[in-house]
Design a protein around this ligand. Structure first.
Ligand code: UD1
Length: 416
C-alpha cells in the first residue's frame, strides 16, 4: 500500500492546472464502443481509473493507446464478456453495458466494485434496459443482458436521477429502434459532454443537462474526436486545499458555472472568489465562517466534495453541518479525521463539525477516493507530520496530487 507523507501546516499559494474530468472521460471511452473507426480523446487525465477502463476496452476487442493526455481508441469488431477483475475494481465499467448491448445484442458483466461508499445498486440501469426490450439474467456474480432482435425506444421515468443509469440508457438508446425519452434524468454536466461526443459520432441526442433527454435511434455510428471537459471535483478539491490552509490562489481551466454550488458555499464562509473566464481565484478570509450543506444531484452540492468540505469545516468558526443524501455510507473517513483532533458528531446521514480546532499530525488510512483527498487536505492544515495510507485510492481520480500541491507550497511526498 502506498502513502503520502504530509508536513503541515503551510499556507498554500499559487495556481493549479486542472485536468479533464474523470467522470466524463470514463464514459466517453465506453461511448466509443458504439461506433466504428478511430477515436481521439484529448485532455484525458492520467489516473488509474482511465488505465482500468482502457483495460476493459482492450479485453472487449478495442485497441487503446495513451500518450500525454491524448487517448486513441480503435474500434472494429467487439465481444461482450467483460473481465471480472477489472469490473470489480471500478464501478464505472458498468457503463459498457448500454453500448455493448446496443451494438452486439448481448453483454455479460461481473457485478461491479468501486468506492466503498455504500450500497450502489443497479436497478435503475437494469429496469431501463428492460423497458427497451432487454432480458436480464443473474448468474451468481455475473449479469447477462440480451436483446437479440435489438433494443427498441421507450419512454422511461427514473425513480431517482442516477448519473450512471442516465448515461447507460442514453448510450443504449443511440442505436435502438425509434425514440427513447428519459425522464427525471440526472443533469450533471458530464452527461452533456457525452451527448456532444455521441452527436459528433452521428447520434441524435438532445436535452442532456436537463431532466428530459430524448434520443432518436440511428442505424450506425462512425467515429469522432472530443476534448474532455474540466474536472469540477478536482477543481473543488484544490479550492478547498487553499481554503483549509488559509491560502490564496487560482485554478484553471475550469467552467465556473459547473462550480456554482461550491462557490456559493465558499463565499458564505467568507472566502473572496473572483471568476475570470476559465479561471477561479480564491482568497481565504481571516476568520472562516461555519456552513450548513446538503448533498444533492446536480446542480446541488456534489457528494464528491462532501468529505473535503468536512475537512474544511474543522477550521471554520462554530458548528458546521453536512447532510449526505446521495450515498448511504459516505462518512467512513470521520474516524480518521478524529485522529487529527477534529470534533465531529454523526447522527445517521447528518454530521456536525465543531471548529476551529488545532489539528495535529497522525497516521491515517484512506478508505476511498474522495475520503483520501479529504484526509490529505486535513493533513495540510495539521501541525507536524501525517501519513495518509491508501494512495492507490487517491490515484484513481487525481493526477499528480503531490506535484500539484507541492507547486502551491505544500510539503507532501509519496512513499511506498
Ligand atoms: C457517479 C459518479 C460519482 C458520483 C455520483 C453522484 C462516475 C464514475 N461516478 O456515480 O463520482 O458520486 O455519480 O454524483 O461518474 N442508485 C440506485 N440504483 C441504481 C443506480 C443508482 O439506487 O440503479 C443510487 C446509488 O446507490 C446512489 C445514488 O443512486 O445512492 C446515486 O448514484 P448514481 O447517480 O448512479 O452514481 P454513479 O453513477 O454510481
Amino acid at each position: 500500500m502506498g502513502a503520502f507523507l504530509v508536513e503541515g501546516p503551510h499556507r498554500l499559494q499559487g495556481a493549479v492546472e486542472i485536468n479533464g474530468a474523470k467522470n466524463s472521460a470514463l464514459k466517453l471511452m465506453a461511448a466509443a464502443l458504439l461506433g466504428h473507426g478511430v477515436f481521439r480523446l484529448e485532455n484525458v487525465p492520467r489516473i488509474t481509473d482511465v488505465h482500468t477502463m482502457a483495460g476493459v476496452l482492450e479485453s472487449l476487442g478495442a485497441h487503446v493507446s495513451f500518450q500525454d493526455h491524448s487517448l486513441v481508441i480503435k474500434v472494429n469488431s467487439l465481444q461482450g464478456h467483460t473481465p471480472e477483475h477489472l469490473v470489480k475494481s471500478m464501478r464505472a465499467s458498468v457503463q459498457v453495458m448500454g453500448p455493448l448491448l446496443a451494438r452486439l445484442g448481448w453483454v455479460e458483466v461481473a457485478l461491479p466494485g468501486g468506492c466503498a461508499i455504500g450500497r450502489r445498486p443497479l436497478d435503475i440501469h437494469l429496469s431501463g434496459l428492460q423497458r427497451m426490450g432487454a432480458s436480464i439474467e443473474l448468474n451468481g456474480e455475473r449479469l447477462l443482458a440480451r436483446a437479440p432482435w435489438g433494443l427498441r425506444g421507450a419512454d422511461i421515468t427514473f425513480r431517482y436521477p442516477s448519473v450512471g443509469a442516465t448515461e447507460n440508457i442514453m448510450m443504449a438508446a443511440v442505436l435502438a429502434r425509434g425514440e427513447t425519452v428519459i425522464r427525471n434524468a440526472a443533469r450533471e454536466p458530464e452527461i452533456a459532454d457525452i451527448q456532444a461526443f455521441l452527436n459528433a459520432m452521428g447520434a441524435r441526442v438532445e436535452g442532456a443537462g436537463t431532466a428530459v433527454i430524448r434520443v432518436r435511434g440511428v442505424a450506425e455510428l462512425g467515429s469522432a474526436d472530443h476534448t474532455v471537459m474540466p474536472d469540477r471535483i478536482e477543481a473543488g478539491t484544490y479550492l478547498l486545499a487553499l481554503l483549509i490552509t488559509g491560502g490564496e490562489g487560482s485554478i484553471f481551466p475550469v467552467r465556473p458555472e459547473h462550480l456554482s454550488s461550491l462557490l456559493n458555499a465558499l463565499r458564505s464562509m467568507g472566502a473572496e472568489i473572483a471568476v475570470d473566464g476559465s479561471r477561479v481565484t480564491l482568497a481565504s478570509p481571516r476568520k472562516l465562517r461555519s456552513f450548513g450543506l446538503v448533498t444533492r444531484p446536480y446542480p446541488g452540492f456534489p457528494t464528491d466534495l462532501q468529505p473535503q468540505m468536512a475537512a474544511a469545516g474543522t477550521q471554520a468558526h462554530g458548528r458546521s453541518e453536512l447532510r449526505e443524501t446521495v450515498f448511504d455510507q459516505r462518512f467512513g473517513y470521520l474516524s480518521e479525521l478524529k485522529k487529527l483532533g477534529a470534533v465531529v458528531k454523526q447522527k445517521g446521514q447528518l454530521v456536525a463539525i465543531h471548529g476551529p480546532v488545532r489539528l495535529r499530525g497522525a497516521r491515517l488510512e484512506a478508505g476511498d477516493l474522495r475520503a483520501g483527498a479529504a484526509l490529505v487536505l486535513a493533513a495540510l492544515a495539521a501541525e507536524g507530520q501525517s501519513v495518509v495510507l491508501g494512495s492507490q485510492h487517491i490515484d484513481r481520480g487525481y493526477e499528480g496530487l503531490e506535484q500539484k500541491l507541492s507547486t502551491l507550497g505544500a510539503r507532501i511526498t509519496r512513499v511506498e
